[in-house]
Design a protein around this ligand. Structure first.
Ligand code: EPZ
Length: 421
């Protein structure tokens, strides 16, 4: 396994480019490979392990894919393979996205039940319920989900769980409904930018989706979807991660290729904490003219503060003057990074879904372990600000969602070396 050796005391200065959005390209690639009747070309695709894992799942279903210089060519499946096997699905929960499209296109699907991960059990009851609303017959046997339907039938449904809207279930059901008979209305739909990007892609394929960006999506079923060309939106979470990295190292960083509308709550909270953000049409300049203040953060579905930025803002608040409280309301077990930050000298106390962070004057480098991709990212950011050297292990978590993270950060002043165990 690989590790990142992060030298502390570095100050980031310069321009850092943002890659395409992981959580947009994953469902879009599924739609292109299963729902389309012709080749699709996706631009601004990040070269991530999750993207390559999904390519393997789609090729297992009979699609052909090629990723070259951030462009992903996808030739749809051309035979009736409808099984997504455990050995691939267990690597990446997003493989569940093939369930709805396979039933819509082939009338049947057999998909391994995705495992949980470090941030919680990750149920898929809303995915299953949504498909049943569309008329599919769904059973779970021996770790696999079996779904089938002659033809899906549009209907009205409410697709919100106890933690609010579901990004994955909204994507899955929206994709399936594009080829259903009649109209589907999804109430309580997720509104994340990557859900809207998927909807725009589906419409470019010939789907008929209204209400994009709102919590009520109306999908008028069509008979066929054709291939199309699409540029994937930039990754708001990667951008937010680098904004925090600039702030935590008290640097002067221009995060290029992002617009404020993609991460309004992150922007708001960074400013509240004392970070100066100077937005323009192509990105944002991040400086810290004064000390970081303690603030309170509550994660929520878009447009609330994204749970995928919770670890990163926690890392920054470890060095704030004062106390902060973070409430994690989306995932049930997403504070594992707190223990790792405490190993670096942070003062974080956990109480259920709340984390209380008492700011400290400095962090000290230490050997730490990534537990999920965002936790890994915050440990790198904290390591850059710490005194001394930090060694981050299980870097494969980070590579799932960040393209060449050490390359991008070293280009603006970091000192990070990747080594193999
Ligand atoms: C997506 O996961 C993202 N992954 C996650 O990002 C992100 O944390 C999450 O959305 C929330 O924004 C991808 O897009 C590939 P959900 P997803 O369904 O779709 C509960 C990252 O860091 N729920 O919106 O799995 C669920 O347990 C990853 O890039 C049900 O109860 O998340 C959670 O508490 C980590 N039943 C909440 O809803 C269901 O059927 C939100 O989950 C589905 C979800």
């Amino acid at each position: 396994m690989e590790k990142l050796i992060v030298k502390g005391g570095t100050r980031l200065e310069g321009t850092i480019p943002i890659s395409g959005c992981k959580n947009a390209v994953l469902p879009i690639a599924v739609a292109a490979a299963i729902l389309g009747d012709g080749v699709s070309v996706l631009h601004n695709v990040p070269n991530l392990t999750d993207v390559n894992t999904l390519r393997a799942v789609l090729e297992g279903l009979g699609a052909t894919t090629k990723l070259k210089n951030s462009t992903l060519y996808i030739e749809p499946i051309n035979h009736l393979e409808y099984e997504a096997p455990y050995e691939l699905v267990r690597k990446m929960r997003a493989s569940i996205y093939v369930l709805g499209p396979l039933v819509a296109k082939l009338g049947k699907a057999k998909v391994s039940f995705p495992g949980g991960c470090a941030i919680g059990p990750r149920p898929i009851d809303l995915h299953i319920r949504g498909l049943e609303h569309l008329g599919a017959e769904v059973t779970v046997q021996r770790g696999y989900i079996y779904a089938q339907a002659e033809r899906l039938t549009g209907t009205e449904m409410y697709l919100m769980g106890q933690y609010g809207p579901s990004v994955g279930a909204t994507a899955n059901i929206m994709m399936a409904a594009t080829l259903a008979e009649g109209t589907t209305v999804i109430r309580g739909a997720a509104r994340e930018p990557h859900v809207s990007d998927l909807a725009h892609f589906l419409n470019a394929m010939g789907a008929d989706i209204e209400g994009i960006g709102t919590s009520v999506l109306t999908i008028h079923g069509v008979k066929h979807l054709h291939g199309t060309e699409h540029t994937v939106i930039s990754d708001d979470i990667e951008a937010g991660t680098f904004m925090v990295a600039g702030a935590i190292t008290r640097g002067d960083v221009y995060v290029q290729g992002i617009i404020e509308q993609q991460l309004p709550a992150v922007s708001e909270k960074l400013v509240e904490a004392g970070v100066a953000l100077d937005w323009d049409a192509n990105g944002v300049r991040v400086t810290t003219p004064r000390e970081i203040r303690g603030i309170d953060v509550t994660t929520a579905p878009f447009p609330g503060f994204p749970t995928d930025m919770q670890a990163q803002i926690m890392g920054m608040l470890c060095l704030a003057a004062g106390t902060s409280v973070i409430s994690e309301n989306v995932h049930t077990d997403r504070f594992i990074h707190a223990a790792e930050l405490n190993r670096m000298g942070a003062d974080i106390m956990l109480d259920g879904s709340k984390a209380v962070i008492n700011g400290v004057r400095s962090l000290s480098g230490a050997p730490v372990m990534a537990s999920d991709l965002r936790a890994g990212a915050v440990l790198v950011a904290a390591g850059m600000a710490a005194v001394g050297e930090t060694v981050v292990s299980r870097v494969y978590h980070i590579d799932r969602g960040y393209e060449s993270i050490e390359q991008k950060l070293n280009d603006i002043g970091a000192n990070i070396t990747r080594v193999s165990d």
